[in-house]
Design a protein. Structure first.
Length: 334
């Protein structure tokens, strides 16, 4: 299996954390979210993974992630000099598709989609593109929607880009695709092209596979609220992340501090006397929580400082520059 990770976006919804801390490097349970995505691909049997990133950020990604995963899978950093959209960047990397279909996933979504099963379904139905979908409540689902083809099980009769809320149930796209090489010729070789809105809606006519991913975990971390929710779900044990024990190495917790259940504490963090942390919450590596401070259901970024007596509730706290530097220091020592 070859895989591509789309990490070329600007992360505008996550400002002011971005662009100092690119969205795929935002911490989820004290590791860059991209690390969890690469772990999922390793588990699915990826033999080579390419990650498409802005050319200005490639050295940062190389420092933070390296050139292989912990399992030893090679990671190729594929750059784009100007934003080309999810379609345009795929067309630009046509050489990566030389061996056949490629599994494509976003860098800002944690999911438990069976990617090996997705690839197998794609091969079985002989589709141009296969999309992994999940059944959702149409009254609350704001993403893309697929309509199954009753005459051809396992395929889609239509693909609708963010059609809006409706009644009943719908099959929502997870953002995980398998893309065959011949699809790339349908993408303009110049300018900006969005794969979901400009390419996928036209593909059912030539063959779109629909892979029902079943009951899975699916979390987009593209906004502050969603990043906070993803971290809280991880601390509560609701994600497929396989979390390390807490507290981390070198943590200093004063005896009078109170640490509740479902609290992840990163390496080298310091919790001062009288501090109280209520979960689900994540305290980043090298972060500190001051004397008498109260942290409730929050994400304290790597290297952040919560002042003495401060009250922090359901918020993302910290400086993106400091968080980036701490993550890079951690990568350099592992």
């Amino acid at each position: 299996m070859k895989a591509l990770v789309l990490a070329g976006g600007q992360g505008s919804r996550l400002r002011p954390l971005t662009p100092t801390l690119p969205k795929p490097l935002a911490p989820l349970a004290n590791r860059p979210v991209l690390s969890w995505v690469l772990d999922q691909l390793d588990g699915a049997g990826a033999e080579e993974t390419g990650v498409i990133v802005p050319v200005a950020d490639v050295s940062l990604y190389e420092q933070a992630i390296g050139t292989s995963t912990p399992a030893g899978t090679p990671v190729r950093w594929l750059t784009e000099s100007t934003p080309k959209g999810t379609g345009g960047c795929l067309r630009q990397q046509a050489a990566f598709f030389s061996d056949g279909p490629v599994v494509v996933v976003p860098a800002d979504i944690i999911s438990s989609v069976d990617l090996a099963g997705l690839l197998g379904h794609h091969q079985a139905v002989g589709a141009a593109v296969t999309v992994a979908a999940v059944m959702r409540n149409a009254a609350s689902w704001t993403g893309d929607v697929l309509v199954p083809d009753p005459a051809h099980p396992g395929t889609a009769a239509a693909y609708h880009f963010k059609p809006g809320l409706s009644s009943g149930r719908c099959l929502g796209s997870t953002g995980a695709w398998v893309v065959a090489p011949d699809v790339l010729s349908r993408i303009p070789d110049q300018g900006f092209t969005d794969f979901s809105s400009q390419v996928l809606p036209a593909l059912p006519a030539v063959g779109m596979g629909l892979f029902d991913a079943g009951e899975i975990y699916l979390r987009d971390i593209g906004t502050h609220a969603k990043l906070l929710t993803g971290n809280r779900e991880a601390a509560a044990g609701l994600t497929p992340l396989g979390l390390p024990p807490t507290p981390g190495a070198g943590v200093r917790i004063e005896k009078s501090a109170r640490i509740g259940a479902q609290v992840l504490i990163g390496d080298g963090a310091r919790i001062a006397e009288g501090a109280c942390i209520t979960g689900p919450a994540v305290i980043g590596p090298d972060a500190s929580v001051g004397a008498g401070a109260h942290v409730d259901g929050a994400l304290v970024l790597p290297g952040a400082r919560v002042a003495d007596g401060a009250r922090v509730s359901a918020a993302v706290v910290g400086d993106p520059c400091r968080a980036r530097d701490v993550l890079l220091q951690m990568a350099a020592t592992t």
